[in-house]
Write a protein that binds this ligand. Structure first.
Ligand code: AMP
Length: 506
């Protein structure tokens, strides 16, 4: 099945429902979106001569056009390559070249960046700028019927953030995306028609992936006019488009709960905040629950099994009287309905409960492989299991706790230290806004722990106080040997803290 058949069905079920909104203004109904998308698909196939299976990239800041372009690509039987709008031109060039995209949709702010690298990308024939006549012309003409794609046909190349070497294109098929969407209903939520999703996070990542389960339920897709995540703007949009679902990286949740605008959110305006993509600290999570009510659902996944490995449900967040409530909040929850998850040793043998190993996952959401990268594919996909590169353990109740990525783990005097554990403790200090813990080489111990701490504005905190906090809460050997106070933590385009950058400051 072609993933774009979801749009055909939604246009039948809710023809006059508001499909897209630009800020507070409704932009198009589902019937109108299907019409436009299927006319655009005609242009892609017949005017531009693209053949089913060929790739079309997107270098677009969030906007209604990004979703229209994606559905036009799928409707035509092509494969979308959504790129993060904040990438460097060199990174765009790599992805365009690697994916072999023949066309690229751009928003005007990125047109120059893409044009500047066109010469390096031999396959790239056409840049389609959404402000040009070329683009407006794509809405004129006859619609084309939905391309009958196979479940195994690639639909989305999800390029990894490339924190270790070159990005790799995880090939996601129609089946992967459909399984992910069904899993949303099983484990996260079943949104109601008339509700909204507010796309404040990049549509090339989690927020874009969630478009499917939302669209299939007739939920309005709202694009903030700024094209960015601005808390006050989002809060205004919540008044206009209540019953909202929002995907946020943990650092974005942090910005929300730190903003004075959070107090203006009324009950019922937020339906679900699905957070994930990086560790969420327990102190931030508790504060979110206090301020926003029971709207938080965590997901743990990766581009290679998008949004689907494990989840921490709304019910678990709400179960405050459970004796293990805090431990549960610190975990990534239970395995998702649609996948099998195991924690294994290097040989792939399951580890006993409580013991740490690599997390592997198998199911219909797991990618087909990395595009034209058989070595990386062979390393990651073994006998159907995806080796995530994440380490963690299961507890007796089946909750999965992540212990940082193996490369972030610190080994000091032969003991494993998981930075997350120390960060969770430091974050409970009222003067700590954010922190991140990394390992520094040490001649005797192998590595020692260093904490980078961002103090809250106007608040002072001393190393001695933080040291005492650690002594009160965690084993002595784990505590940081040095505290570095800095103004901000380095983050990538998805808001993930870049420990690699911090290590260069040591
Ligand atoms: P990406 O493919 O860019 O989405 O990155 C996926 C990686 O982010 C995973 O392999 C994890 O290391 C991390 N990650 C995703 N979700 C979570 C979560 N809920 N808690 C902690 N880390 C996460």
């Amino acid at each position: 099945m072609n993933i774009a058949s979801l749009l055909v069905k939604t246009a039948q079920a809710f023809p006059d429902g508001i499909a897209l909104a630009k800020g507070e203004a409704p932009h198009a109904t589902w019937r109108a979106v299907l019409r436009k998308v299927s006319v655009m698909a005609t242009h892609l196939r017949h005017r531009m001569g693209l053949q089913p299976g060929e790739r079309v990239a997107l270098a677009m800041t969030n906007g209604v056009e990004s979703l229209e372009a994606m559905y036009a690509i799928w409707h035509a039987g092509l494969c979308a390559v959504p790129m993060n709008a904040k990438l460097h031109p060199k990174e765009f060039a790599f992805i365009l070249g690697n994916s072999g995209a023949r066309a690229c949709f751009v928003t005007p702010d990125l047109a120059e960046a893409i044009a500047s690298v066109k010469g390096e990308c031999p396959s790239l024939e056409r840049i389609i700028d959404t402000t040009t006549r070329d683009y407006s012309f794509m809405a004129v003409g006859d619609p084309i019927a939905l391309h009958r794609a196979l479940p195994t046909d690639p639909a989305w190349f999800f390029y990894t953030s490339g924190t270790t070497g070159r990005p790799k294109g995880a090939v996601l098929t129609n089946r992967n995306l459909l399984a992910m969407s069904q899993n949303y209903y099983a484990d996260v939520d079943r949104p109601e028609p008339g509700g909204s999703i507010i796309h404040v996070a990049p549509i090339s990542h989690g927020s874009g992936l969630w478009n499917f389960p939302m669209l299939a339920r007739g939920v309005t897709q709202v694009f903030p006019e700024s094209g960015r995540y601005e808390v006050p703007e989002m809060v205004e949009l919540l008044h206009r488009w209540p019953d909202a679902t929002i995907f946020l990286a943990p650092t974005m949740v942090k910005r929300l709960i730190e903003s004075p605008a959070v107090g203006e959110i009324r009950p019922g305006e937020i339906r679900t905040i699905s957070y994930g993509g990086a560790p969420m600290y327990v102190s931030d999570l508790k504060r979110s629950l206090e301020l926003l009510g029971n709207v938080m659902v965590q997901l743990y996944g990766q581009g290679e099994s998008p949004m689907t490995i494990s989840h921490l449900s709304r019910a678990v967040h709400a179960d405050k009287n459970h004796p293990r409530w805090e431990q549960r909040l610190a975990s990534a929850g239970l395995p998702d309905t649609c996948v099998e998850v195991r924690v294994v040793d290097e040989a792939g043998q399951s580890m006993p409960t409580g013991e740490v190993g690599e997390i592997v996952v198998r199911g219909d959401t797991v990618m087909d492989g990395y595009w034209q990268n058989p070595e990386a594919t062979a390393k990651s996909l073994r006998e159907g299991w995806l080796w995530t590169g994440d380490v963690g353990c299961f507890d007796e109740e089946g909750f999965l706790t992540l212990k940082d990525r193996s490369k972030d783990m610190i080994i000091s005097g032969g003991s494993n230290i998981y930075p997350r554990e120390i960060e969770d403790v430091l974050n409970t200090h009222p003067a700590v806004l954010e922190c991140s813990v990394v390992g520094r080489p040490h001649p005797e111990w192998g590595e020692e722990t260093v904490a980078f701490v961002v103090p809250r504005e106007g608040r002072a905190v001393t190393p001695a106080e933080l040291d005492q906090l650690c002594l009160d809460n965690i084993a002595r050997y784990k505590r940081p040997k040095e505290y570095r106070f800095i103004d901000a933590l380095p983050k990538n385009n998805y808001g993930k803290i870049l420990k690699t950058d911090l290590r260069t400051k040591l």
